[in-house]
Design a protein around this ligand. Structure first.
Ligand SMILES: C[S@@+](CC[C@H](N)C(=O)[O-])C[C@H]1O[C@@H](n2cnc3c(N)ncnc32)[C@H](O)[C@@H]1O
Length: 304
């Protein structure tokens, strides 16, 4: 888990106790229809092969880090492809011929921070986005490796993965070659791991701050999309494995307020949509404080 202060420059992810993680392993978890479709149509598995395949991979992924989304099978469910018309818009941006992109001779690029096994990247690939336009940045190399085994595309995906990549590490220069070239940044179920101050720092430094590395193109129309664990009251909740660390769980209002803060810090303006997403099969982890008020929030921010 990330460190508690906004000035932290490195994450320290400590595995929670077995007493905590035991609650997150759902023995009879079922795959969503979206995950099944992806594994059938993209990976070429038959319906009868899918369950055994995913159950075996879940063991491997759990051994990397036992996130609630691993134990519940949510790791295999794509977040973006259910969001229409957003997904269609992303595909159209990312499939645009090079010559039609705003800055000549540059290909449109998608960057997925905290991509885990890369299920969203695969839905874009399956929809026709060329692999060389897809980039994942992930803390745990083991998740990326398991993603190849899960989706059976080690030789065909053609995406770039930067891993280990720590989004809090201001010294990490591995994304520099893409500076100012990304059209779409995705942060799926990531920002809620951090305090409000850390979230603002991440967005300022990774998206728009020209001093520290602007990865999005410096132009209107670029997109930040994603999801977070959300709390109806918009609150800081003490972390389950790092006492003293208070990740912030947004509601739609606090999320919009945070983006205004990012805009003020960077001199940019954003059109923000932030709504509870009841379509997603988000499994609320057992043992989470205030569980009844926990939701999933989907956001879409477009630079004006
Ligand atoms: C809850 S999972 C969400 C995974 C995936 N994006 C999704 O929507 O299903 C959070 C992901 O962020 C990664 N992560 C956590 N802290 C990170 C950090 N400091 N830098 C980069 N990735 C991080 C985790 O390893 C994990 O893959």
């Amino acid at each position: 888990m990330a460190s508690s202060t906004s000035t932290a420059t490195k994450a320290s992810l400590e595995i929670p106790s077995a007493e905590v993680t035991r609650k997150w392993w759902v023995e009879d978890a079922e795959l969503t229809i979206e995950a099944r479709n992806l594994l059938e149509r993209y990976s070429g598995l038959t319906d009868s092969e899918i369950d055994t395949h995913v159950r075996a991979l879940r063991e491997k992924i759990w051994a990397v880090f036992p996130y609630p989304c691993v134990g519940s099978f949510d790791f295999a469910t794509p977040n973006l492809s259910r969001r229409r018309p957003l997904f269609d818009r992303l595909v159209s941006i990312l499939c645009a011929p090079t010559s039609l992109t705003p800055s000549a001779a540059k290909e449109p690029l998608y960057l997925d921070f905290g991509c885990c096994v890369g299920q969203d990247l695969r839905t874009l690939r399956a929809a026709g986005v060329p692999g060389n336009r897809l980039i994942g940045a992930e803390y745990f190399p083991g998740f990326v490796d398991a993603g190849y085994d899960l989706f059976l595309d080690r030789d065909t995906l053609g995406a770039t993965f930067l891993t280990p990549y720590d989004i809090l590490d201001t010294d990490n220069r591995s994304l520099e070659p893409y500076q100012g070239q990304i059209n779409v940044v995705h942060m799926g179920m990531l920002l809620h791991l951090f305090t409000w101050a850390q979230q603002v720092d991440i967005l300022v430094k990774k998206l728009v701050d020209t001093d520290t590395g602007i990865f999005l193109k410096d132009t209107p129309g670029v997109l930040l999309v994603g999801t977070v664990v959300s709390h109806e009251r918009g609150v800081a909740t003490e972390s389950w494995n790092t006492p003293g660390h208070w990740p912030f769980f947004h509601n739609p209002d606090t999320f919009k307020r945070m983006i205004v803060e990012v805009g003020e810090r960077t001199g940019t303006k954003w059109q923000v949509s932030a709504e509870y997403d009841y379509r997603n099969n988000f499994t609320k982890p057992e043992g989470l404080e205030g569980r009844d008020e926990i939701r999933q929030l989907a956001f879409e921010c477009e630079r004006l």
